[in-house]
Design a binder for this molecule. Structure first.
Ligand SMILES: [N-]=[N+]=N[C@]1([C@H](N)O)O[C@H](CO)[C@@H](O)[C@H](O)[C@H]1O
Length: 791
């Protein structure tokens, strides 16, 4: 079949297979993969004992799809051997695919892993997102190591792994007036509308089903106005067209931070309005009633970004289907479920009421009614003395702001956090009054990652070893990894496992050489911190330890040391000054250390630019140490921690997010935990945390910070990192200085353990063997049994 297709493809190009470029081979393989997806997939029927999931997310960090699709179609080897026949290497051909960076970080990647798992488990689902023209910016570094951003056009219109669905278009209104037509009846007259057209990216489940990721793109109903053009009024002729395409032009590059821009709210509403209309179209087309919606459909809100979907569904039920408030609310509140991904106050979205009054006047009226109904409930539940504090926490409308997280809690039948410690804090710290008011509504579903992309596809050598020693298909059931536990001490298995890690490190060393021109010591510990830059993730704590290690080695050149390569990757939101300071400081330190002959073979720092899914796939299999060093209570879960540990990296972390559960499953002896806990941070704050004291009392820490301040790592410029140093000494909200000593000790523990390779490799094997629970298949099964099950 493929040979025939290849023949036809070459004929169309009037070329011989030997003349095809790598890009042409990519296009050929992508085409036959799409045909295969369209023609003979799925082989399995979707589940019937569960509701269809509509996963609403402003981000889907899907990564390259072709390799994944070939694997899930079961034709990866066929493609590999066909290409090999013509002297081509599939890995190189797959490198031709642009990385659709339609997400910022963990939240967006989690959505992609969940789509893969739902399709693999035959859980009926549709992902609903936006077809951004520009994904997350491309990152480069300037002459003094500062982050530079450039637009990342991922060739949206020519992307091969998608189908345009013009028949699914929707029309979305904005602004305008609301007429009160008596009693409870309202009519919204939008001032203008934008059309949404759908692009379906097939999600190919592994031995499962195929279902769509549906991405909406804005365009203007009124095409080019020829009449106006003929009247010579060219610009006006084009005006409407410009606006619409601007709507889904670019992804907002913020991670864990709200940017209260009008365009962002318009994007969110456009996303929700198109998706709600499409869900109802499909539901009603099956001859089902509106009242049956919660019986067959669940709408999962991926954080608060799609929260406006709640008043949007209410609007449609009230104004377009003339339901009474109670009936509409009964349907809504049994259809929506909300996942919270962060406790950071600056990330909890709040929109100015006046902005909603202008942009979505009908929705504000509905939100006001929801708020009034809630007021009665809170009044009834809490006593006189308790009421004001309870209302302060629970009110949806407060201080001229619409609190989107509160709207989600009130409008959903289920709320979940993304790791046990986080879900506990959601109840104890974020929503205690809600937890009392809505008993049984709060759940935990610990995050997971898809083993298809993050082991089978990105670590083929390890996958082969696992295939040789495991009965059953671990790619489908990751708990089967337990079968290698007895081999953890087996010398032969250890050798094979270690050699695979070493091979992966050599591949990464090649990538580092090609990308930043640094030749790293492949026998050193590859110590990896790869994630978005944010003060709570504390990349600057990692940096302070690197500086201290450098100063120690400079002061004691004869001292024995375990060679180390510190590998960083990650982007900072363009508007996030302090995160950008940290990036620049790491590059400044790297420049000095990497060019210092005294550090040869001992210490190196590699900061790889433009972190993205395809780069993560190369770094993760090569990591020895996984840096998960956020301040306890700040990282809701983390998912990089799971990918790194399953691929045999030892977690060096705080008791935060999913690190806690990784330590539980791997065994405390197979991770290295340090630092303050959630409770001891609370105590530190109560006692009044003064970071300067740590600087004064800890000489190693002081010298490291002084070196950042005195120009050592900034070409003698003393003000370049002034803001970062001042923040550390006079603020340091994320307690970097308070955790420095404990972290440094933990790093020395890592070095000590690494010297006993037999024990180290045993520990890494046990991490792979015992962490099957962090498969996103397990997460989806938890959602099915705890949230999505048919009532
Ligand atoms: N937004 N947001 N939240 C995050 C991540 N930054 O995207 O969601 C991720 C997915 O739930 C979490 O793993 C991570 O801890 C959390 O910070």
């Amino acid at each position: 079949m493929a040979e025939q297709a290849l023949h036809e493809y070459c004929e169309r190009l009037s070329l011989q297979p030997k003349d095809l470029s790598t890009t042409m081979w990519y296009q050929f393989i992508a085409q036959i993969s799409q045909q295969a997806i369209l023609q003979n997939f799925p082989k399995n029927a979707p589940l019937t004992n569960t509701r269809k999931v509509n996963y609403l997310s402003m981000e889907f960090l899907i990564g390259r799809l072709l390799g994944n699709n070939l694997m899930s179609l079961g034709v990866y080897q066929d493609a590999e051997s066909l290409l090999a026949k013509y002297g081509q290497n599939l890995v190189d051909v797959l490198e031709q695919e642009r990385d659709p960076s339609l997400g910022n970080g963990g939240l967006g990647r989690l959505a992609a892993c969940y789509l893969d798992s739902m399709a693999s488990l035959a859980q009926p689902a549709v992902g609903y997102g936006l077809h951004y023209q520009y994904g997350l910016f491309k990152q480069g570094f300037g002459s003094t190591g500062e982050q530079r951003e450039t637009g990342d056009g991922w060739n949206r219109d020519f992307y091969l792994q998608q189908h345009h669905r013009p028949e699914l278009q929707q029309t979305v209104g904005f602004a305008g007036e609301v007429l009160h037509c008596g009693d409870d009846r309202y009519e919204w007259q939008p001032a203008w509308t934008i059309c949404g057209e759908a692009f379906d990216l097939p999600v190919v489940g592994y031995k499962g089903v195929q279902q769509p990721l549906r991405l909406w793109q804005g365009y203007s109903e009124t095409a080019f106005d020829l009449a106006q053009f003929n009247d010579g009024d060219y610009l006006l002729a084009e005006s409407k067209v410009v606006d619409a395409s601007k709507l889904t032009k670019v992804l907002y590059p913020n991670d864990n931070h709200q940017e209260g821009k009008e365009l962002r709210l318009m994007q969110q509403y456009f996303h929700c309005a198109c998706s709600i209309a499409d869900i109802l179209r499909e539901h009603l087309a099956k001859g089902r009633s509106l009242q049956q919606l919660p019986e067959f459909e669940v709408i999962q809100l991926n954080d608060t970004h799609p929260a406006i979907a709640i008043p949007e569904l209410m609007r449609v039920l009230l104004d377009q289907h003339q339901l009474h408030w109670e009936d509409a609310w009964a349907i809504c509140s049994k259809t929506f479920a909300y996942t919270n991904h962060t406790l950071l106050p600056e990330a909890l979205e709040q929109w100015d009421q006046p902005l909603l009054a202008k942009m979505l006047p009908r929705h504000l009226i509905i939100i006001d009614r929801i708020n009034n109904e809630l007021y009665q409930q809170v009044k009834a539940e809490f006593s006189e003395d308790e009421f004001s504090q309870a209302w302060q926490e629970t009110a949806v409308l407060m201080n001229n702001k619409v609190r989107m997280a509160n709207l989600c809690v009130v409008g959903s039948f289920a709320v979940n956090g993304v790791a046990q410690i986080h879900s506990d804090l959601v109840v104890s710290d974020l929503f205690p009054a809600y937890a009392r008011l809505f008993k049984g509504r709060f759940h935990n579903v610990t995050n997971g990652i898809t083993p298809r992309r993050w082991i089978r596809q990105s670590n083929p050598a390890l996958s082969q070893l696992l295939d040789q020693h495991i009965q059953g298909d671990w790619t489908k059931d990751l708990e089967l990894l337990r079968q290698i536990e007895p081999l953890a001490k087996d010398p032969q298995f250890q050798t094979a496992y270690r050699q695979i890690k070493q091979q992966n490190k050599q591949v990464l060393a090649q990538v580092i050489q090609e990308t930043i021109g640094l030749k790293v010591n492949e026998n050193a510990i590859f110590d990896v911190q790869i994630k978005r830059f944010h003060e709570y993730k504390r990349q600057h704590l990692n940096l302070l330890n690197i500086i201290a290690t450098y100063q120690e080695l400079k002061a004691n050149p004869a001292q024995e040391c375990v060679p180390r390569v510190f590998i960083f990757a990650g982007k900072a939101a363009p508007g996030y000054f302090m995160a950008k300071q940290i990036i620049q400081a790491i590059n400044g330190v790297a420049k000095v250390i990497n060019s210092d002959p005294d550090m040869q073979g001992k210490l190196q720092v590699a900061f790889l630019p433009d972190y993205r899914v395809s780069l993560a796939e190369k770094i993760i299999p090569a990591a020895d140490v996984s840096e998960q060093i956020s301040l306890a209570g700040k990282e809701a879960s983390g998912t990089g921690n799971m990918k790194l540990a399953l691929n045999g990296a030892i977690t060096l972390g705080t008791l935060d997010g999913a690190n806690v559960e990784i330590a539980e499953y791997a065994g405390e002896e197979n991770v290295v935990i340090f630092g303050h806990t959630v409770d001891s941070v609370r105590q530190l704050r109560t006692e009044g945390y003064v970071s300067k004291r740590y600087y004064e009392q800890d000489e190693t820490l002081r010298k490291a910070i002084d070196a950042l301040a005195d120009g050592t790592f900034s070409d003698g410029e003393t003000e370049r990192f002034e803001a970062l140093v001042n923040d550390m000494l006079h603020h340091d909200y994320f307690c970097v200085l308070a955790d420095f000593a404990s972290y440094r000790q933990a790093q020395q523990e890592i070095a000590k353990r690494y010297q006993n390779q037999t024990a180290w490799v045993e520990s890494t094997i046990l991490n792979t063997a015992r962490l099957g629970t962090f498969s996103s298949d397990r997460s989806i099964r938890d959602y099915q049994t705890r949230i999505w099950y048919k009532a």
